[in-house]
Design a protein around this ligand. Structure first.
Ligand SMILES: [Zn+2]
Length: 494
């Protein structure tokens, strides 16, 4: 037994030396570090403890060594590697395999990340160390060690910090929460009638890249476009298409994992309002700008113009609408750059006429009517029949002739209206035209008069309607011709 004990000592020492010489890699796996810093003091201590006894038993050692050589093979066959596990410098136990610690730590890390707690926890870094050991017939109690490890490991609260323009604006529970918050802000600016066709390449900066990717709903747009059962003609004001080709944050947005000092997360609604500019302070601008590029296709009015054309058929100073106006329509596509829903820039990228407008056509009269008569008179009534001639009649003088026929009364020659008289006696409502050549004509008993004093009239132009006003027994026209102030018989001129 003594021999074995001595041999055991030597074997232990050998093992220590071997371990000392072995190149032990320092592995850093989330929270685990293999170190060998404890080996050196241990080795020095062994030399101090055993140097003298080796010297004293030098002779005996020869025999011991001989036996040892024999026992070496047996011992060698029963040597076991294991590890001492330390948490934050304190020994928690021994374990047969470092992989067991690593597996446990990995499982713990995963469990923590999936925990349904208001604040997520993460394992402290580099808190677990294990020290390789080798011993004869040694079975570490793995289960107990892992239980002790579970008891001892420390965690700390974590969160995801949101930075806008390099400034921290808030901390949320995790990446998914941050993504949902940012999506909510961005989606606020996607117009209801718009289709998103492309996703911006501009992504928040930082160790975690937020990907602004979501399925473009172009399928519904295609479906809507092909639904041509109801071919409704587009009218001005209609929006034919609205497409968001790109939408991205105008400010650099960074997301990063942080360790929380106080386990305090931002209130999500408050953070949303701050970022989206919806706080109670209406003056507050949104911290986060959302820039979108949109294409809007609209139907717009093409207003009909008015075209003027001279007409020698119309009297100068008069106009006539020869063609009514009809507005047209066009389809215009605008490219808009918007910031937080407001158009910053707009550019027409396509235009197509749907309906050509019809311009209004206005004829402008150029015909100048001479105020001077031709000296040749025309019948003032068409389909005329004379009912009374000029001369003495019932004891008085009849100054003109009485005519019946169509009711329209026309100027007998070119001239200027000299008098328009409305009366219930004598000639009743009547007109006197001065033909500026010594002649004047008189038209009596009219029911209505179309001309005004001073108006230039053309031979044959309507001046009023036949009637029976004044001293009259029935509807007719009383017509007189005067030359240089003297009454003439119209029948000599007509
Ligand atoms: Zn008469």
């Amino acid at each position: 037994m003594t021999v074995f004990r001595g041999t055991d000592r030597i074997r232990r020492a050998t093992a220590v030396v071997k371990n000392r010489l072995r190149q032990v890699r320092s592995i850093s796996l989330k929270g685990i570090t293999i170190v060998r810093k404890k080996l050196l003091p241990k080795w020095s201590a062994w030399i101090r403890n055993y140097r003298s006894s080796i010297a004293i038993t030098a002779v005996a050692a020869v025999g011991v060594v001989a036996v040892a050589i024999v026992g070496q093979q047996y011992v060698q066959a029963h040597m076991k590697d294991y590890y001492r596990v330390y948490v934050n410098g304190a020994l928690v136990g021994e374990i047969s395999s470092s992989a067991k610690v690593e597996q446990w730590m990995s499982a713990k890390a995963v469990a923590l990340s999936r925990a349904n707690t208001p604040v997520l926890q993460e394992l402290d870094e580099n808190q677990v160390e294990y020290l390789p050991e080798r011993a004869y017939k040694w079975e570490p109690d793995d289960e107990n060690t892992l239980a002790a490890l579970a008891d001892q490991v420390k965690t700390h609260p974590i969160g995801v910090e949101i930075k806008v323009d390099g400034k921290v604006v808030g901390v949320v529970r995790d990446r998914a929460t941050a993504d949902r918050l940012l999506d909510r802000i961005r989606d606020k600016y996607i117009p209801e009638d718009a289709t998103l066709v492309q996703v911006s390449a501009k992504k928040p900066a930082g160790p975690l890249i937020k990907t602004l990717s979501f399925a473009a709903s172009s399928d519904t747009a295609v479906a809507a476009a092909s639904d041509e059962d109801e071919a409704v003609e587009p009218v001005p004001g209609d929006t034919l298409g609205h497409v968001v080709t790109s939408i991205a944050f105008a400010n650099p947005v960074g997301l990063s994992h942080v360790t929380l000092e106080s386990a305090q997360l931002s209130d999500l609604d408050t953070l949303y309002r701050k970022l989206a500019g919806e706080s109670e302070d209406e003056e507050a601008k949104p911290l986060l700008g959302v820039q979108s590029i949109e294409e809007v296709t609209q139907v717009e009015l093409i207003e009909a113009q008015t075209e003027y054309q001279n007409s020698s058929d119309l009297r100068k100073g008069t106009t006539k609408v020869a063609r009514q106006a009809k507005n047209g329509s066009k389809q215009v596509t605008y490219k808009q750059i918007k910031l937080n829903g407001e158009v910053l820039e707009e550019e027409v990228i396509a235009e197509q006429v749907l309906q050509e407008p019809v311009d209004k056509l206005v004829l402008r009269g150029t015909k100048v009517i001479p105020g001077e008569g031709t000296g040749k008179f025309a019948w003032p009534v068409s389909g005329h029949r004379i009912t009374s001639t000029m001369g003495k009649r019932w004891g008085t003088m009849h100054n003109g002739i009485d005519i019946i026929g169509r009711r329209n009364i026309m100027a007998a020659d070119n001239g200027v209206v000299e008098q328009v008289v409305y009366s219930r006696s004598g000639l009743g409502n009547h007109v006197v035209i001065n033909h500026k050549n010594g002649y004047k004509t008189v038209y009596g008993h009219m029911s209505s008069i179309k001309v005004k004093k001073g108006q230039v009239v053309e031979k044959g132009e309507s001046i009023g309607i036949m009637g029976s006003t004044g001293h009259s027994t029935g509807t007719h026209l009383h017509f007189e011709i005067h030359l240089n102030g003297k009454l003439k018989n119209p029948l000599n001129y007509l």
